[in-house]
Design a protein around this ligand. Structure first.
Ligand code: BV8
Length: 253
């Protein structure tokens, strides 16, 4: 049965139910999306307003095809996001997850779709970065085997001085496979967990969103933390309709 629970100034029964599940679990999986970073000031992708995708179509900006079509435009979009992320801090939601994991060693697997690195900056370790890391680059092509560049990461993607190979953000673009090792670890966590908390994701992107369905199928309780409805709501046992930076500190205290 799904309970819709509003967060507020006082604890709701559903919150107590989830706290009870948390107190009794040794195997918690957490799947986060852009919403957990919203209260740090990082725009999300799809929920309107300043959402990143509001101005761009994902396939135009977050795909190899889009990058090859206009490397400068895509590169500059990532540089803009890097500057934005460098200027923000993890919020109480990120910190609550890191703190709970520190008090319950070995009991949490944190899986994120985010590329902003804010979980790591909040103190979380062993984070499964399904979609890579925004602050890292890699070569676009296999290259000449000894690619190097002295160019700073400025307004154009740096190129190899020997073969012209370009640097690109070390994120997983649409149409690209996730890292097999990271994906396998995420699947194992979804198969094994007794409880999965799905925080701040619209559930629009696969295979990441499928982890909640996989966990459900393997018998886990599913708790969604999101102020808005999401595409995963139907698998939730409890929906906590509130912002992560408010709900997670109350939930994980
Ligand atoms: C692959 C890195 C195969 C780049 C990202 C048709 C149907 C289904 C799937 C597909 C399809 N057509 C194509 C596909 C596959 C495609 C896909 O899923 N497309 C979608 C858009 C339809 N997937 C892929 O291409 C994946 N690869 O399938 O490869 C393959 C296999 C083998 C060999 C070759 C290929 C790769 C997907 C990865 C794409 N990269 N990011 C970058 O960041 O630039 S995805 C991008 O979306 C971000 O990582 C983001 O995290 C992710 C998911 O979005 P959300 O995190 O959920 O963010 P969103 O804005 O949508 O939602 C925010 C939520 O937060 C909202 O619900 C909001 O209410 C909530 N919220 C707001 N404030 C708060 C809050 N919640 C809590 N507290 C708050 N305060």
């Amino acid at each position: 049965m799904t309970e819709f629970l509003e967060t507020g100034d006082y604890v709701y029964p559903g919150l107590a139910q989830v706290q009870q599940w948390l107190a009794n679990t040794q195997r918690l999986a957490v799947l986060t999306g852009a919403g957990i970073s919203a209260e740090s000031g990082v725009p999300t992708f799809r929920d309107g307003g300043s959402a990143f995708w509001a101005q761009f179509k994902p396939e135009d900006m977050a795909s190899e095809k889009g990058f090859r079509r206009d490397p400068t435009l895509v590169w500059r979009w990532y540089q803009y996001r890097r500057e934005l992320i460098a200027a923000v801090q993890p919020n109480a939601g990120h910190r609550a997850l890191a703190s709970w994991a520190g008090r319950h060693p070995g009991c949490m697997t944190l899986i994120t779709q985010n590329v902003d690195g804010l979980h790591q900056r909040a103190g979380s370790s062993g984070v499964l970065n399904l979609h890579g890391e925004l602050m890292q680059d890699r070569w676009l092509e296999a290259g000449c085997g000894c690619c190097r560049t002295d160019e700073a990461a400025a307004a154009e993607p740096p190129r190899c001085a020997l073969c012209g190979n370009m640097r690109r953000p070390a994120v997983v673009w649409f149409g690209e496979a996730l890292s097999p090792a990271v994906w396998s670890a995420a699947e194992s966590a979804a198969n094994a967990c007794e409880l999965m908390m799905v925080v701040g994701t619209s559930g629009a992107v696969y295979p990441a969103a499928g982890l909640a369905i996989r966990a459900k199928r393997h018998g886990a309780k599913i708790v969604i933390v999101n102020p808005q409805p999401s595409e995963l709501d139907e698998v939730a046992d409890v929906l906590l309709r509130g912002p992560a930076a408010q709900v997670l500190p109350a939930l994980l205290a």
